[in-house]
Design a protein around this ligand. Sequence first.
Ligand SMILES: C[S@@+](CC[C@H](N)C(=O)[O-])C[C@H]1O[C@@H](n2cnc3c(N)ncnc32)[C@H](O)[C@@H]1O
Length: 828
Amino acid sequence: MAQFDQSKAYAEQEEVFFDDGRELELLHYVYGKPEIEEIRGNPQKVLAAIDEFARTKKYLMNVGELKGKIVTDLISEVKPETMVELGGYIGYSCILYADAVRKAGGKRYFSLERDPVFGAVIASLVDLAGLSDLVKVIIGSSAVSIQRLHSEGILKHVDMMFLDHYKPAYKTDLKLCEELKIVTPGTVLAADNVIKPGNPPYLEYVRSSVAEKRKAAEASSDESNPDTRFADRTSKQYANRQAEEKLQQSKGNPNLVYESKLINSYEPSGVPVTCENGTAIHRAIVELSTELSWSYRDQQTWLLLCHASVVTVTPVMLTAESSRLAHALQNIKLLALSFFFLPLDTFILFFSYAVRILVAFPATSHRARVRSTYTRYFEPRTVLVTGVGMTKGLVLARLFFIAGHNVIGADFEPPFLPITCGHVSRSIKAFHRLAKPDGTREGSARYCQSILDIVRKEKVDLWVSCSGVASAVEDGQAKEMIELLTKCKAVQYNVATTQKLHEKHSFTEYTKSLGLTVPETHTITSKTAALRVLEDVRPSGKKFIMKFIGTDDSVRGDMTLLPFDSVPATKAHISRLQISESRPWILQQFIDGPEYCTHALVVRGEVKAFTACPSAELLMHYEALPQDSALSRNMLRFTQEYAASDPENFTGHLSFDFLVDHEEAERAKRDPNMVVTLYPIECNPRAHTAVALFNSTPEMIEKGYMSLLEEPTTPKAEGSNGASYTPPVYPHQPGKYYWIGHDLTTCIILPALSLFKIHGNSFGEALDHFGTFLEHLFFWRDGTYEIWDPLPAWWLYHVYWPFQFAKSLVSGFKWSRINVSTTKMFGC
Ligand SMILES: C[S@@+](CC[C@H](N)C(=O)[O-])C[C@H]1O[C@@H](n2cnc3c(N)ncnc32)[C@H](O)[C@@H]1O
């Protein structure tokens, strides 16, 4: 966070601090300046003159320079053609933002202000700044103005909206804009003073799910009076206004959700403010906060920037409470979809076979080449890949095949029903069914025995475990058993290491013991303990979020950043929470920034292959970060230090989820040599679907996996800082990966169906989705389909998934989500 320059602090805020004539005084002050002709036509100089008045004469309730910069930065990123502000006051935010909108190529800025005198001040200063061609000052209550501008065809849509007016009207005005389709997916909202106790109704609304909003819409409660939760002092102020102004009642668009994120900043008075990360769902959004509210001084205020995202394309997720009929229909629709695409997909399948006869593909010719010379240089090995029904297993099986080895595939499958897509892959020489672990000792033993049997029967040299989380520990047991009883080597951790990495607490403790950073977390079972920890951490400047361990909707979503600047305020906040041994909480360090994931292959403590990518929604889209980028290099370094910490026990796949501070992530994009602080939040000691990025990198097999079959060399450097590591294999043509079944549903079918719904997508929005789909279709790669091995993709969509849907239909199994790449159905 940039430091606040105290010389720029505004004057002290008095008991009465607006509407006492100071607004006209400001006008005289600015126009009375000797250098007025230099100021004319220069927005920055007008803003400087306003700031000067607020510093040297009287306080003004403006957004201020530092908070304003966050929004202007966003304007240059979003490049809004049309921007609206609700609450213009004397025009500070209007001049600042309208200037940024103009610089970003935008065309219109509407400043909606209820008070005619303030409106006149805005118009006069906007004119002085030379922005009159862009800015329209609209005087009147925001709701009335919005409706009028819309009905006159002047305001049909906004790209960005700044809410800084009458707090109870935030939610109602937003809903009005949604209903009129002025706010649609892609619109960015910036709202001041929203975090508890600032504006609970607004915050709840932008953070609630589609299902919750639909339910609320059905209940259609009266919203014409301000919510009772507004703080006392604010309520009184609002009560005075109610006589003049009734809140607008509107249906809104329950199908929209908003993503949000907070940035640190300062109030113009110089009070430092802290921020929190909202629940980012799809795209990065910004929330920023200040310590002064517009009802003022005694409350926290926050500026929340939200990005409306498309929710109309997300089917309302069915829950356990949804009727059996709804679940049955869900299965039937998906079965019908598979049937509908059967002719096209079958054509693509046979077309691929035809092309395969005529064209030599690099993948298969590579295999032919290495095998033709194998008497001298190459010894084909027998490799068992478990989990070939999932994309990650299939990708690895194909890579071993391309590299010239004999691949045995295995996965869970019902007897006599070859449904998994890996089963039919050309890369598989033989397929075996695994016994599913069922949580019992016997089940685990059966699972391990089934792997051991395959290893013995097929004379397997190398077992590559690609299983899912459900058999994480069993895979560790199987590794220990196999390496003890056979000569086969396993790319898998032993039980102790698997458990250590898999469980969050032990992972955090181990990470700390290596001297690596982790987000600070404290378990809290009493108010005294919470206050003690918060006072202890105060000097560090870190901010924390109190999270209830368990489910309690009343405290969910409270993202208050602690500690407050004043100890009594922190105490007052903590005293409101119910904390006890039986209601434990955690205080977790707040990291404001994006999430990344990595995939690595580690052999005897050495990272042999590595890739990093931004964490995508539902993990259905993968795009590798450039290997020489600061983020990728830092994540690699972290993984290398981790792996080198215990070379004897570190052989397996290793993937981490990291959070990075927003500002650092931005700087890291510009400075490839930067040292980035990474906050690991999770470790998965197994293959990650991001391994798909290695699809065209068969050298990972010889340089990585096969090195396990060689005699161990001298142990590598210990992993202390300064240790040098051999560079790993990176995906050399990483490409971008998606799964067509997922995108077809989310980018084509659902947006198309939504066109016919009352609150559905507009045609333009649907077109955006279709465009995304086409971009993926033509420029990205599907995770399952390979032209030289086309059957698994066909099998996935026309055998595996139809089988699962039919099974759910018959058994009445209720599911809410499916993951095409891991072939998982999430029950509800
Ligand atoms: C905090 S000030 C705005 C500050 C301004 N955005 C800036 O940063 O320069 C709030 C303004 O909203 C105006 N206001 C309050 N209720 C309103 C409503 N319903 N419609 C339009 N403006 C309103 C007030 O008159 C006041 O000028």
